[in-house]
Ligand binder design. Structure first.
Ligand SMILES: CC(C)(COP(=O)(O)OP(=O)(O)OC[C@H]1O[C@@H](n2cnc3c(N)ncnc32)[C@H](O)[C@@H]1OP(=O)(O)O)[C@@H](O)C(=O)NCCC(=O)NCCS
Length: 107
């Protein structure tokens, strides 16, 4: 999995993107990778917030992001046209405090 990230040090925030290889989908690698990225973001880099944007039709990705604790923060209505129809882009994010709570539950 490859990723790109835009970091804002002043507000300790990172916005990230993921690009995975289809051959490796649905094997748990995505969930593991996002979990590891969040651990690095919150525990090593001491960030306060991680966010990203995902197309509403990308249910595979949304399942993964919700599983690791991302929450819906906003919606860009019909800002994409694909396969003959408009669709929304979801803005989702997770905060450091939410991550710590989730980690305690997982432990
Ligand atoms: C999104 C992505 C990172 C997920 O990685 P992954 O390795 O496939 O994820 P996992 O295997 O950990 O989990 C996928 C989950 O989605 C579920 N899923 C797959 N297709 C689904 C669908 N159409 N609807 C709902 N859930 C779906 C799987 O069942 C699995 O859940 P489970 O473990 O409970 O069975 C990967 O598919 C990818 O790189 N996609 C292409 C790029 C992309 O879309 N990036 C996100 C841009 S924001």
């Amino acid at each position: 999995m490859l990723g790109a990230a835009v970091c804002s040090p002043s507000i300790r925030e990172i916005a990230m993107q993921n690009f995975g290889d289809k051959r490796y989908w649905n094997k748990g690698y995505g969930s593991d990778t996002i979990w590891t990225l969040l651990r690095h973001a919150f525990e090593t880099l001491n960030l306060n917030r991680v966010s990203l944007q995902v197309f509403e039709s990308n249910q595979r990705a949304i399942v993964v992001y919700e599983r690791v604790g991302f929450k819906l923060e906003g919606r860009l209505r019909e800002d994409r046209y694909s396969q003959g129809r408009f669709e929304d882009t979801l803005i989702i994010g997770i905060l450091s405090d939410e991550w710590k709570t989730l980690k305690e539950v997982e432990a």
